[in-house]
Design a protein around this ligand. Structure first.
Ligand SMILES: NC(=O)c1ccc[n+]([C@@H]2O[C@H](COP(=O)([O-])OP(=O)(O)OC[C@H]3O[C@@H](n4cnc5c(N)ncnc54)[C@H](O)[C@@H]3O)[C@@H](O)[C@H]2O)c1
Length: 266
């Protein structure tokens, strides 16, 4: 049974705790930390886990896996301290790796301590096939994201786009992934997972749709081994509508796979 420490006790952490309570995972959350203590206390009570007062305290516990599900700002500290304490770590706030130097630093740290960093697929499908295809030649990686106008409001207003005048599906961005990350930080996680899995500069198109109620991610990869197309229409989590339920489930699946005798998919 994996012993898990959670950093960040919001929507994703709640999904993990619920998965444990429902017996979906045969692992145990034993320690939690959140900068808002009351959030850690609330989840801790549900599973009898110890509430920690700092990241240092959490990573010093007897754990098999530390899960960062807090924020981009937490990633460097959580991952560094977990790896230095010889713990494997899951990173959910993968947007932190827009800083590729941070990615390389943590990669080297994991190597030095013979530990692993896990980055779940999140709210997209096809990462297994894309990882396999990336060992051949890749010619194109494209992400087409269609979101409700409201979900893009903050980013669009910052770009000076008149949000209220959008009455039909409108392409609001087309360009490379690093520019997309600058202009649409809400899209960071998906485009970075794609980039890291394919190791190919990902093209991004973002469409604001006043009629859609889900976040739709379409991925197109063309390579020497296959052409891969996947489309996911994401249902948001109740606890945080910005987070897709599939992102939380991809993490729950990863936790489950880590203690299964057979692992299906790459
Ligand atoms: N990889 C993916 O596909 C994917 C998908 C959805 C969300 N995410 C990311 O996962 C993270 C968690 O998502 P969520 O929906 O659970 O968010 P949430 O806002 O519901 O919960 C985050 C929790 O972390 C705590 N927190 C934030 N910064 C912290 C810090 N530095 N130290 C300790 N606690 C801290 C907050 O108080 C909050 O309780 C976010 O960064 C989000 O962007 C990733």
């Amino acid at each position: 049974m994996l012993r898990i420490g959670l950093v960040g006790c919001g929507a994703i952490a709640t999904s993990i705790v619920n998965a444990q309570l429902k017996g979906i995972i045969n692992s145990k959350v034993v320690a939690l930390y959140d900068r808002h203590m009351e959030k850690a206390e609330k989840l801790g009570e549900l599973v009898g886990a110890q509430v920690c007062h700092s990241i240092e305290e959490l990573v010093s516990k007897d754990l098999d896996l530390v899960i960062e599900c807090a924020s981009i700002q937490a990633v460097e500290e959580v991952a560094t301290k977990a790896l230095e304490n010889r713990k494997d770590v899951v990173i959910m706030s993968v947007g932190a790796f827009k800083d590729l130097n941070l990615y390389r630093k943590l990669y080297n740290l994991a190597k030095r301590y013979s530990r692993r960093i896990y980055i779940p697929s999140g709210a997209i499908a096809g990462i297994d096939g894309i990882k396999a295809a990336s060992l051949g030649e890749i010619y194109e990686v494209t992400l087409i994201t269609v979101k409700p106008v409201e979900g893009l409001r903050d980013a669009l207003e910052k770009l000076g786009i008149d949000v209220d005048s959008i009455s039909e599906p409108t392409t609001v961005f087309e360009g490379n992934f690093s520019e997309a990350i600058e202009k649409f930080p809400q899209n960071i996680n998906v485009s970075l997972v794609l980039y890291l899995a394919s190791n190919f500069p990902t093209k991004v198109k973002i469409v604001a749709d006043p009629k859609i109620s889900v976040n739709r991610h379409e991925v197109i990869v063309r390579g020497s081994t296959a052409t891969i197309r996947t489309t996911v229409e994401n249902i948001p989590l109740k606890e945080n509508p910005k987070t897709s339920a599939l992102a939380a489930y991809s993490l729950i699946r990863l936790i489950k796979d880590l203690s299964e005798p057979v692992v299906i998919g790459t």
